[in-house]
Design a protein around this ligand. Structure first.
Ligand code: GLN
Length: 423
C-alpha cells in the first residue's frame, strides 16, 4: 500500500446523478475546495480553508462525482517528485520505493492505488503527465484556455492548466468532458472545444493517423524508455497509423525558457503569502519587513525559496531583458516549431519522461537533475498545446509513458490516438 496520498482526507459529496455519478475524485491540494483545507503542500497554507469551490470542483460535483480527499503535491507545484511537499513524500503504488512523479504525485498515486476512481492535477510544466507516466495511469494536459483556472492557486498562470488523471483514456476523457468549457470567472477560457464529446473520441480508431516523432525528444532518453516508446509506435502502426521523424530545433532551449518564465511568474504570485493577507503568520514581531520575512522564512520550503529568489532576479531591472525577455523569445520559437511540425502530422509522439521514476530521495538534493527530467513535457506548456500521457509498458519493472501532443484544441485527436493503446 502506498503511503501519504492524501493531505486532507475530508470528502465532499456531489449531485446524486450525472455522467460521473458514484465516481470519486482525488483533488490536488492546490485546487480550492469550499470548507476543505487547501494547503498547496505548504506549511504556509497549513490552515487555509477556502470559502468557495474552484470551477472544476463545482463542475465535477454537478456531474455527480464526489471529492475523495485532497491529494499530496510538491509545494506550490514546484517539483517533479512530490518530495518537496511539507507533508512528506508519497510512495509510488506502481513502483514502491520510487517517487510517484510530480507535482501532482498524490493525484496519480490515488488513481494507481485505487484510492479514487479519478483525479485532478494541474500541469504547469508536466505535473499531470509526469506522475501519470511514473504511476502507470493516464493524464491529460489540456490546451491553454480549455479548462478554467478559477480557484487554482497560481504557480505560473501563463503556463498552467488543470487536467484529469484516470486508469483509462476513456475515463480521463469523461472527466475532461465534465470540467472543460468557458467560465466567466476565468477570462482566459475559450469557447473552442466546449461542445466536443471527448469520451466518444476514445474509440481507438487510428487508421490513417500521421504521427510526427521529434528526434530531439528522444535524444537524452534512457535506452529502456526509448525501446518502450518504439514498441508503442509499432503498435499504433499495426493498427493503421504511420509515422515520420520531425525536428524541433528550439526545444533544446525549452527547459531553460520554462524555468525562467515559471520562476518569474511564481515570484510575483507568491508575494501575496506574507502572513497578513494570506498564510502562516510569524507572530508579528518587529517592523513589517521583519514580520513578513519571518512568516515567509518559516512558511516556505527550500525549493520554493530558491524559485522566488531566482524569479525575482530574472525580473529585476537590468536582468529583465537578459533573462525574462529571452525566455519569452524562446517560447515564441517553440510555438512556431510545434505549429510547423503539426502542419504535417496529426499528433507528435515522444516518451513522456526521458527516464523511469527516481528512487525516493535520489533527486532531492540535485535540483538540476530534477529540472532536466522535464525536457519533454515543458515545451508543450510553452506552446499552450494539449498532450496526453498513456502507459507504454515498463523498463526494469518501472512504468513508462507515451506522450501524444496535438494541435490547439485537438484533444479529440490525442484521446482517439491514445485510446488505441489501451483498448
Ligand atoms: N517540474 C515542473 C516544475 O517544477 C512541473 C511543474 C508543474 O507542472 N506544476 O516546475
Amino acid at each position: 500500500m502506498s503511503e501519504n496520498i492524501f493531505i486532507t482526507e475530508e470528502t465532499a459529496a456531489g449531485d446524486d446523478d450525472g455522467p460521473l455519478a458514484d465516481k470519486t475524485v482525488a483533488v490536488k491540494d492546490n485546487i480550492s475546495t469550499e470548507g476543505i483545507r487547501t494547503t498547496c503542500g505548504s506549511a504556509m497554507l497549513d490552515e487555509y480553508v477556502p470559502p468557495y469551490d474552484a470551477t472544476v470542483v463545482e463542475r465535477l460535483k454537478d456531474a455527480g462525482a464526489d471529492v475523495a480527499g485532497k491529494a499530496n503535491m510538491d509545494e506550490f507545484g514546484m517539483g517533479t517528485t512530490t518530495e518537496t511537499s511539507a507533508f512528506g513524500p508519497t510512495d509510488n503504488p506502481a513502483a514502491p520505493g520510487h517517487v510517484p512523479g510530480g507535482s501532482s504525485g498524490g493525484s496519480a498515486a490515488a488513481v494507481a492505488a485505487g484510492e479514487a476512481d479519478l483525479a485532478l492535477g494541474s500541469d504547469t510544466g508536466g505535473s499531470v503527465r509526469c506522475p501519470a507516466a511514473f504511476c502507470g495511469v493516464v493524464g491529460i494536459k489540456p490546451t491553454y484556455g480549455l479548462v478554467s483556472r478559477y480557484g487554482l492557486v497560481a504557480y505560473a498562470n501563463s503556463l498552467e492548466q488543470i487536467g484529469p488523471l484516470a486508469p483509462t483514456v476513456e475515463e480521463a476523457a469523461e472527466l475532461l468532458d465534465a470540467i472543460s468549457g468557458p467560465d466567466p470567472n476565468d477570462a482566459t477560457t475559450r469557447e473552442e472545444g466546449a461542445d466536443t464529446d471527448y469520451a466518444a473520441a476514445a474509440d481507438g480508431d487510428v487508421d490513417g493517423l500521421e504521427i510526427g516523432v521529434p528526434t530531439e525528444l528522444l535524444d537524452g532518453a534512457d535506452d529502456g524508455v526509448v525501446e518502450q516508446f518504439w514498441s508503442a509506435i509499432d503498435e499504433l502502426e499495426a493498427q493503421g497509423a504511420s509515422y515520420h521523424e520531425v525536428s524541433l530545433p528550439s526545444v533544446e532551449h525549452a527547459v531553460e525558457a520554462y524555468y525562467v518564465i515559471a520562476m518569474s511568474e511564481a515570484s510575483s504570485n507568491l508575494a501575496r503569502f506574507d502572513g497578513v493577507r494570506y498564510g502562516h503568520s510569524g507572530g508579528f514581531e518587529g517592523n513589517w519587513n521583519e514580520a513578513f520575512s519571518k512568516a515567509r522564512r518559516e512558511g516556505f520550503g527550500d525549493e520554493v525559496k530558491r524559485r522566488i529568489l531566482l524569479g525575482t532576479y530574472a525580473l529585476s531591472a537590468g536582468y529583465h531583458d537578459k533573462y525574462y525577455k529571452k525566455a519569452q523569445d524562446a517560447r515564441a520559437w517553440v510555438k512556431q516549431d510545434f505549429d510547423e511540425a503539426l502542419a504535417d502530422a496529426d499528433v507528435l509522439a515522444s516518451p513522456t519522461m526521458p527516464i523511469p521514476p527516481f528512487e525516493l530521495g535520489e533527486s532531492l538534493d540535485d535540483p538540476l537533475k530534477m529540472y532536466l527530467a522535464d525536457a519533454n513535457t515543458t515545451p508543450v506548456n510553452l506552446a499552450d498545446l494539449p498532450a496526453i500521457s498513456v502507459p507504454a509498458g515498463e523498463t526494469d519493472g518501472l512504468p513508462v509513458g507515451l506522450q501524444l501532443i496535438g494541435p490547439a484544441f485537438g484533444e479529440e485527436t490525442i484521446v482517439r490516438a491514445a485510446s488505441a493503446l489501451d483498448q
